[in-house]
Design a protein around this ligand. Structure first.
Ligand code: CA
Length: 524
């Protein structure tokens, strides 16, 4: 049992009824604090607690060792802004109004931070917001404008914009720690959403990790040279290949040979990014990249060897960005330990979607295939969650909001489409838990990924690229890489019919905006 802080005892003694000498008021645990650590585009394949073959993440691993790792957690729509809107509202994209990155989040709708604020929490949002409208439901917010910058990031508040010297992951961490130490109301439980830009494109490593991984070779995924045979046209139509669609300068930090020529398109933008570095940062940057860029140019690689080189440069910079994120998580956990907050604080680590780390020859996300569908989710909650536990039930980002509401003791509105994870966190195995998840991607976007919707069970996945009217069916047990489309196979006709029927029902439930009563909105 925790003892009450002295000032609170004093207040109770002064205000309590004078006759109340018989029984002291029963001690209640104060509602837990919620620390939501969130990143952008972090694949579970780059977290050692999830079995990464390519890197180590000691601080995320610590969270998993002290908490629960969700091994089947999925997004509903694998793209940045939509995933964030789903998390805030507990609703699929059509119902929260953010179907793709062009949509603006309507901040007047119900969100879990607003509900927590109403339930007495002090709330803050620091880092990458990416929803166009100003954050609502926060006592304090300080966010990157749009995608933000890795170096010398600008941060926006209701009062204006301020530029900080340093690396975005470090600055975001500093601001979050500063709010915990000086900004929050310590008399109330807190919700802190600490959301990093990293490891989003354009993968610029921080000063501490410019040379991490050095010249070691990172293992390639087995499908790096996928030929897309045996699948729908969508796999061939995409424009997200390391081979054909990755820019040497913008994505891989290889500047044009002649700095006086004005680079076009994304290359021009990349030049601006490096120009943000201070002279000291630039010196460290050039020391790390210039000799390797020179060797690359001299080697004049072609074909598969060029793809292999690009993969190495890409994945190392991506992992270097994650190394800074992991350092940041270590700093946050240390602060919780030192301040005594750790025992009553739930710590969550997650990212807005997964990412292709060379699987199928790709970078980026968007597809319902496993690497981009999976979201990391690790939750530490001392005294409530069994340390080192693994959660197998299928969960989604629609479940985050109702979980936080239930934890805070706030009502869960009927219109919420997710389900609280509280029973799973407490080790229960609910018999009526969902056996399938719904997914829908709405735009073609920058990478020409065809709009699609699908359903996934523990074993199978059915995808309908509805504008192409082409279907894919995968047996995830027999074919975890999703290389063999089994749609139309007579042996699976029963499975296919069941999944098709599920998909139609799920699309009916979630594919159109739903009103407060759970029924479709008219003219919405
Ligand atoms: Ca993202």
């Amino acid at each position: 049992m925790k003892s009450m802080p002295a000032p609170l005892l004093l207040i109770l003694a002064c205000t309590g009824p004078t006759t109340a000498r018989e029984d002291p008021a029963p001690e209640r645990n104060p509602p837990p604090n919620i620390l939501f650590l969130f990143t952008d585009d972090h694949s579970t394949a780059a977290i050692s607690a999830y079995g990464s073959r390519i890197n180590r993440t000691p601080n995320i691993d610590r969270l998993a060792a002290e908490g629960m790792l969700f091994e089947s957690n999925f997004c509903t729509n694998s793209i940045c802004a939509p995933s964030r809107a789903v998390i805030l509202t507990g609703k699929h994209s059509p119902s929260n109004g953010v179907r793709d990155n062009r949509d603006r989040f309507d901040g007047t709708q119900e969100t879990f931070p607003k509900a927590l604020q109403a339930a007495g929490y002090t709330t803050a949002m620091i880092g990458k917001w990416h929803l166009k409208s100003d954050p609502t439901g926060f006592d304090h917010w300080e966010v990157l404008p749009g995608q933000g910058q890795y170096y010398q990031p600008d941060f926006r508040t209701a009062e204006g914009t301020q530029r900080y010297e340093g690396y975005a992951t470090d600055v975001t961490t500093d601001l979050a720690l500063d709010w915990l130490e000086h900004g929050r109301d310590p008399a109330r439980p807190f919700l802190l959403m600490c959301q990093h830009k990293a490891p989003h494109r354009t993968w610029m490593p921080g000063p501490q990790h410019l040379d991490t991984y050095g010249d070691t070779l990172i293992p390639e995924p087995p499908t790096l040279f996928d030929d897309y045979s045996g699948r729908s046209d969508a796999a061939r139509l995409q424009e997200m290949e390391i081979d054909r669609h990755m820019y040497l300068h913008y994505d891989l930090q290889v500047p044009p040979l002649d700095p006086d020529t004005e680079p076009q398109g994304p290359d021009r933008w990349a030049k601006g990014l490096v120009d943000r570095l201070t002279p000291e940062q630039r010196e460290a940057w050039d020391a790390a990249f210039a000799p390797r860029n020179e060797a690359f140019r001299e080697a004049d690689l072609q074909g598969a060897e060029l793809v292999r080189w690009k993969y190495q440069r890409y994945i190392k910079n991506y992992l270097r960005c994650i190394a800074s994120v992991d350092d940041s998580i270590g700093r946050m956990l240390e602060y919780l330990d030192e301040s005594g907050l750790a025992s009553n604080t739930i710590v969550i680590y997650s990212s807005d979607q997964g990412f292709f780390l060379g699987e199928h020859g790709w970078y980026d996300k968007r597809f319902m295939y496993e690497p981009s569908l999976r979201m990391p989710l690790v939750v530490r909650w001392p005294g409530q969650v069994e340390p080192g536990s693994i959660q197998e039930f299928m969960t989604q980002n629609i479940d985050f909001a109702p979980t936080f509401l239930e934890i805070a003791g706030a009502p869960v509105p009927a219109e919420i489409q997710g389900r609280s994870l509280l029973p799973l966190l407490q080790g229960e195995r609910p018999e009526d838990w969902r056996e399938e998840i719904y997914y829908e991607y709405f735009e073609r976007g920058a990478h020409n990924v065809q709009p699609h919707r699908g359903v996934r069970t523990q074993r199978y996945k059915l995808i309908h690229f509805h504008e192409l009217d082409q279907w894919e069916l995968f047996d995830l047990e027999a074919d975890p890489e999703e290389l063999r489309n089994l749609y139309g196979l007579p042996e699976l006709s029963g499975v296919q019919a069941d999944l098709t029927s599920s998909l139609h029902q799920l699309h009916k439930n979630y594919g159109e905006p739903q009103g407060k009563d759970g029924a479709p909105q008219q003219g919405g």
